[in-house]
Ligand binder design. Structure first.
Ligand code: RFL
Ligand code: PHB
Length: 388
């Protein structure tokens, strides 16, 4: 097979890139390891920045997003027992956020891919990248027991944190920056009405988060130990812990019920530099991971795809400078987002073994946010995200 851009991975980053390129007259083939139902079943992000919403609108994916998404003008942070802090991002930063699950984004992308006849090859194993520093790179993989080869001009590595693309950059050309946090998030889905707002909580028992997927589907998280498995967390234990970590006035609003999904995710920050090597370009989780505390991972993947698609369009119009600068351009937003996600993580979790001094400092940060509109404006600006 032959195409202009071979895309590895059909998660949000790869599927979105393929769709935008198609709409701008550039061909691609997407090579995905998993089956389509498997990708659609993964429960992940829940919140979109307004910039992400506008990008999805601009490619014709606004209708369901606005019909089913839930716009939020603020988030609440519970702390110090029963204190509640409002971060009013519409008022302070001029933009709202949208609760719209990654599952729906992925469904919308696959529906558009089908309508527009995009070429996504699911269940492709043994993906390998070849000759990436030459003008004729190619990708090989196995599907239905046969080895296939795709010749292309460029390869976009959108294959997430466990993909092969980042490893195709030689060790001596790649720098990895990493912070592993000493805890995870246990998340559940429950067919119960969610709270009307997003609520984060810092409590002596640990972090908690109340979010939503739709009017009859709630998403909740609690900080857990890295040694825990989902079997350690019965529904009863989950609800007891969650309610104990919320301010009383909020705990009273939570409607409990059986969980229909339960999973644990460890928290990590990671950046791969550079995001380009030869004719290989990394985008999304393939290039960086952020802890979910700032709700940024999916939004950052969408931002990378925005920069990369603009750069490919310019390159095929005879302007190579944007593509050459892709890594540098994308990394500016990446590092500012990595810093914000790290800061939110430190602000809202309890770290095993930390001292009472550390907690006093955290409480002072939260008290300062409560007192100072300027401090809240700073958090609001970062939470809603920078313009591209
Ligand atoms: P993905 O989604 O991991 O997709 C990568 C795709 O590549 C495929 N793949 C391969 N294909 C071919 N060959 C190989 N060798 C391959 N290896 C892998 C995979 O099967 C997959 O289909 O990366 P992408 O597209 O960069 O998208 C990134 C987002 O998925 C991720 O950043 C977010 O989910 C992070 N995240 C959140 N982000 C937000 O913006 N807001 C949130 O509220 C938010 N909450 C979260 C989150 C992530 C979480 N977990 C589970 C890590 C909450 C959680 C709990
Ligand atoms: C979610 O709804 O899954 C969600 C919301 C906010 C976050 C992380 C995850 O910060």
């Amino acid at each position: 097979m032959k195409t202009q851009v071979a895309i590895i991975g059909a998660g949000p980053a790869g599927a979105l890139l393929s769709l935008i390129l198609h709409q701008r007259g550039i061909e691609s083939i997407v090579i995905e390891r998993q089956s389509k139902p498997y990708v659609l079943d993964r429960i992940r992000a829940g919140v979109l920045e307004w910039t992400s919403v506008e990008l999805l609108e601009s490619i014709g994916l606004g209708e369901r997003l606005h019909a089913e998404g839930h716009r939020h003008d603020q988030v609440k942070i519970g702390w110090g027992g029963n204190e509640i802090l409002d971060i009013e991002f519409q008022k302070l930063a001029g933009k709202p956020m949208m609760a719209y699950g990654q599952t729906k984004v992925q469904e919308d992308l696959y529906a558009a891919a089908e309508r527009e006849n995009l070429n996504i090859i699911f269940e492709s194993s043994d993906v390998e990248l070849h000759d990436i520093t030459t003008d004729s790179p190619y990708v090989t993989f196995t599907t239905n027991g046969e080895t296939q080869r795709v010749d292309c001009d460029f390869i976009a590595g959108c294959d997430g944190q466990h993909g092969v693309s980042r490893k195709a950059i030689p060790d001596n050309k790649r720098t990895e920056f990493e912070r592993a946090y000493p805890f995870g998030w246990l998340g559940i889905l429950s067919e119960t009405p969610p709270l009307p707002h997003l609520l984060y909580a810092n409590n002596e028992k640990g972090f908690a988060l109340c979010s939503e997927r739709n009017p009859m589907l709630s998403r909740y998280y609690v900080q857990c130990s890295l040694d825990d498995t989902v079997d350690d967390w019965s529904d009863d234990r989950f609800w007891t812990e969650l309610l104990a970590r919320l301010p009383e006035s909020q705990a009273e609003l939570v409607v409990t019920g059986p969980s229909i999904e339960k999973s644990i995710a460890p928290l990590r920050s990671e950046v791969i530099e550079p995001m380009q090597y030869g004719n290989l370009f990394l985008a999304g989780d393939a290039a960086h991971i952020v802890p979910p505390t700032g709700a940024k991972g999916l939004n950052l993947a969408i931002a990378d795809v925005h920069y990369l698609s603009e750069a490919f369009v310019a390159r095929y119009a005879g302007e190579p400078a944007k593509l050459a600068a892709y890594s540098e351009t994308a990394l500016k937003r990446v590092w500012s987002t990595v810093r914000f996600s790290w800061w939110m993580t430190v602000l809202l979790h309890r770290f095993p073994g930390e001292s009472s001094f550390d907690q006093r400092m955290r409480e002072e940060d939260l008290a300062y946010l409560t007192r100072s509109e300027s401090a809240r404006r700073s958090i609001a600006e970062q939470y809603v995200g920078l313009d591209y």
